[in-house]
Structures are given as C-alpha cells and as structure tokens.
Ligand binder design. Structure first.
Ligand code: GAR
Length: 227
C-alpha cells in the first residue's frame, strides 16, 4: 500500500536525541523526501527529537507510558493518535519501545525501522557492544520493514563500515549514525515515491524483490546522495 498512503503524512516515533529525525526534516526541507512529516511522537519528555520537531514547526507529542495502565492500552492510544492524524507511514527513529502486534499489523508494509547493526546480526539492545564482543570486522545499520518480531522484518538498505582497532561502542554509534542519516531518508523517499513496498514478506524496490538488502558503504554515500 504505497500509492494512496504515500499522499498521507509521515509520523516519526523517537525516544532519543533525534538525529535521524533531523536528517528526515532536512531532507523534507530540500524537497528530497517527497512527503511531509505530520507528527513526531515520543515516549520520553526529554527526547531531543521533540525539541527538533518543535523547532521545525512539526506537531510534537509526548506520550508518557506511565499515563496508561499497561502496554496494550498505551499502544492503543498511540494507534489512535496515528489514525487521528491520517498517518500513512510510520518511521521508527530510535523509538525504544516494542509496539504490539496489533499496531504493527495495522501498518503492515507502512512502518519502517532503522537498527544500528547489520541485521540479522545483533538484534535488540546494545548492538555496538555485541559487534565488538563478537569480534566483527564489519558493522553498520539496517533499514527494514517492521513486523511483530523485534528487528526481524524484511531488510531494505544497509550502511556498512569497517570496525577499526580503536573503535568502542561510542565511536561505533557515532560512525554508524552518520550513515543512518543518509540511508534512512533515502528509504523513506523510495517508499513515498511508491518505489518501495513489502509483498509476501519481502521488500521490493521498483517491483523487484530484494533477496538481500541494498548496501551503501562509507565511500559510496556521498556519491549516492546525488542520485
Ligand atoms: C540510532 O542509532 C538508531 O539506529 C537506534 O537509536 C539511535 C537513535 O539515534 N535505534 C535503535 O537502537 C532501535 N533498536 P537518534 O535519536 O539520534 O536518531
């Protein structure tokens, strides 16, 4: 469902600093997103993402989990807000809560996530630490469609870097995020242009199933920005 939904707004859900949100805001300002960020929603009052959204004139909502009796009630409130704003695409950008299957199912093929690892490696928390502990030589980030199972949906695009001997979790987080800021707006744009969809559990670009995610490396990113 990329056609009619693509004409509707984007919601970005974020818990943290919001640098990925900022990359999306900047892309939209350059007309490089082909869509409008209608709503930014956070579970944390202190999320930098809320500050960034407000600075860009985007409706920003703090939805505190403590205001609802349980996870299911919270997720229903969140889904109601998305419906109220006529959201066509949900973009998870460092949203550190697991959404229940009903919300995810309601946005099947219309919910994207970025995870800071080369999925399927290192799902869940602390992927940088896990990559270092595993002795990985290559690391990065993955944009994927969201399914109820955590970090398990069809992959679309990956950014890859070589792990250096001096890397630590903080340096990996910083270096990986640089690439996230390129690949996430690109994937969102493809979706909004109707080029990217999810069919039979597989991501497709221009109607072609992606047997493996497309890969961007550090050297390729600046070139591809102009593509
Ligand atoms: C990003 O690195 C994103 O990949 C990660 O949180 C960071 C958010 O940064 N997401 C996850 O770990 C989700 N599993 P930001 O707030 O600066 O965009």
């Amino acid at each position: 469902m990329s056609g009619p939904a693509a004409n509707r707004g984007i919601a970005v859900l974020a818990s943290g600093e919001g640098t990925n949100l900022q990359a999306l805001i900047d892309a939209a300002a350059r007309d490089a997103l082909h869509g409008r960020i209608e709503l930014v929603l956070s579970d944390r009052a202190d999320a930098g993402a809320l500050v960034r959204a407000r600075a860009a004139g985007i409706h920003a909502v703090h939805l505190p989990p403590g205001d609802w009796p349980d996870r299911a009630a919270y997720d229903r409130a969140l889904a109601a807000l998305l419906a109220e704003h006529g959201i066509g695409l949900v973009v998870l950008a460092g949203f550190m809560r697991i959404l229940d299957a009903e919300v995810v199912g309601g946005f099947a093929g219309r919910m994207l996530n970025i995870h800071p690892s080369l999925l399927p490696r290192h799902r869940g928390l602390h992927p940088h630490r896990k990559a270092l502990a595993a002795g990985d030589r290559v690391h990065g980030a993955t944009v994927h469609f969201v399914v109820p199972e955590l970090d398990a949906g069809p992959s679309i695009l990956q950014y890859r870097i070589a792990i250096q001997p001096w890397d630590n979790p903080a340096s990996l987080s910083r270096r990986v995020r640089e690439g996230e800021h390129f690949i996430y707006p690109l994937a969102v744009r493809w979706w909004l242009q109707g080029r990217l969809d999810c069919r039979d559990g597989q991501a497709r670009l221009d109607g072609q199933p992606l047997a493996a995610p497309l890969v961007v490396t550090r050297d390729m990113a600046p070139v591809a920005v102009c593509a």
